[in-house]
Design a binder for this molecule. Sequence first.
Ligand code: BDR
Ligand code: CA
Length: 315
Amino acid sequence: MPIPLIIDTDPGVDDAFALALAAASPEVELIGVTTVFGNVSLENTTRNALRLLALLGRDDVPVGVGASRPLVHPQPHLSSAHGSDGLSGYAGTLPEPTRGPDARDAVTLLRELLDAADRPVTVVPIGPLTNIALLLAAHPHVKAKIGRLVVMGGGVTGGNVTATAEFNVWSDPEAARRVLVEEDVPTTLVPMDLTRRCAVAGGWLAELAGTSEVAAALVGLTPDYLATYRRFLGWDGMAVHDAVAVAEAVRPGILTSTAFPVDVDCSFGPNRGALVVDRRLEVDAPKELDIALDADLDGLRAFLFDRLGALGARQ
Ligand code: BDR
Ligand code: CA
């Protein structure tokens, strides 16, 4: 039986690849999508989620609209690596959705889907953790229905927004601290240290685009993001951060994880939003978080290509 899956997302180019991977994977059943501010405004992330699901032939998946800002302290606005509309300026090339968002807000949709589930649900937050913090604070009973959180976020050895903070955690550090440090839900964190190592090359994208119209549309969303990552990586490629987290949800164990005590820096100093990972060998800490630090990188890229390359066939 497939694992029920909910994705909490701020599309975003790599979020688009993550949604496509979920839609293309028979091991999981995508039962809901919730949106959050992040890469672009909530209005844009919601519109992008609806259009991407239309592209993927999954207009049946409810989309719950979530938080438009962080829980406590707004962070300074940053120009997005994902282009003006979150999809390199190409959101308009996607099909118009035939429906709007669900009448239920993100937290209500998450609660109702979890309450109704007859099996443990995997929840994959791939944006700021605001919706998930609100859910766990308002409806703690749903923790019993969450089989696992697979979170894309944080950097163990450095950040991408600041020297030490990664975008998703930095966007709402208080929410991230609540989810990653204070709550007791089984969690695998997929940090940017690993997702960056899983980056795919321009040639990989070009080959993928040749497999189907759906794949070509997906690759058509990448130009601005690819340009940003060419600069970051120093070679012609881009990180598909969020798709790496979904790969772990689809194939538990495809990433290699190790448990560490963690904290999130919620101060207002230079390390605000940093994930603090205690890698000392002998630490008596009450809570540990599974952090995915390794994988068969070529095997993972082959898995992504295999699934995304079959997208058209599965429509
Ligand atoms: C994360 O930040 C966003 O820009 C990406 O979509 C990903 O979720 C990587 O730091
Ligand atoms: Ca994202």
